[in-house]
Design a binder for this molecule. Sequence first.
Ligand code: ZN
Length: 422
Amino acid sequence: MATQKQKKTQKPKRTWQKRLIAVIACLLAILMLLPVFTMVFQSAFAATKDELQEQINSGKQQAADLSSKIKKLQSNIDAIAGDKSKALEQKRLLDEKVAAKEEEIANTKTVIANYDALISQKEQERQKAVAREEEEFELFCKRVRSMEEAGTVSYWSILFNAADFSDLLDRVSFVGEVMEYDNAVMDQLAETRRQIEDLKANLESARADQQAQKDQLVAQKNELDDDLNAAIKLVEEYESKQSEYQAAQDELKAEEEEIQSQILKKQKELQKKIASGQISFDTGTGWQWPLPGIYRITCRYGNRIHPITGLPQFHTGNDIGAPRNTPIHAARGGVITKSTYGNSYGNYVVVDHGDGYITLYAHMNSRAVSEGQVVTQGQVIGYVGTTGSSTGNHLHFEVRYNGKTVDGLKFYPSLAGQFVFS
Ligand SMILES: [Zn+2]
């Protein structure tokens, strides 16, 4: 009877105990390793994610600074609006506002791109957590199945099947271990679920933040268009009603003369430096067209009837119509003797080629060089815009020889067939 009883209880004991111990050992090993893997993955991403978040935060700070700068410029514009004697100052402030607005737009685009990177990392992290949850759940199911196979579905049945008191004690201690393990598995599953929920909420908020930035970008672009239109309208206004804007006309004329004398003065200084060997540079070969591939001449050098005033006027350069921010290349190598903003030329750059020739590039949206800098032929010196007394995006390309303007197109005989005059 006793042997029979022992046989009956020992056999299942060995089976389920062996199986369970094997499964537990295996599972515990995996469970112990999982957090290590997770930590490795998280730390690998953490640096980049933190960096991205930091970049987004500093981008938002920059946006706040730009926004207050733009507001200040607008209040300065408002203060002199309608004052015809301050038309040029209004245009200068509008140009400054446009530049700040463009900086704002570039900043917003960077923030949006950083959000893209951050969102994709968060999404990867979430997918990893979901995969981990599936693995953990699979392990849990395996564990339940192995219990079922061992015929020990409930802990109570394990305990009730004890052969004697000592066996019962063994079983109690074993059940305790198993329950502890089960709890750890359940806890891990709950923790993973919580992490997934967190990541999901995190992702949703990042997406919402990014959408807000995208909406802002649309608004900023519209504001930029409004500012550009206001700037063009203002120039058309003071050009068409010259007698009403006498102050502006006088200012422009005085500025033109001042620029002319400065260019000549710097030309003499540079020629002395070249003669004494203090400076040397390579002008390159021949003349390179400043806007490669763009040959639409919207206003030629020479006498013309002003399109707005209808009055005869001398045009000191050739206007090349081109999209905003098209790169402008130096026609020849030389030294930058001027890189500044003027009411007439807007943002302009003068390259002195050292042999009596200078080239002047006007109405740039932005300048890429500074005074005193040596540039090589073809180097980008700025970008097309409509700053200063201009009513549309174009490059005013001017060539002077010993102070006198000349028609720049004559240096490009090979392009003669490509120029389109409109
Ligand atoms: Zn022009």
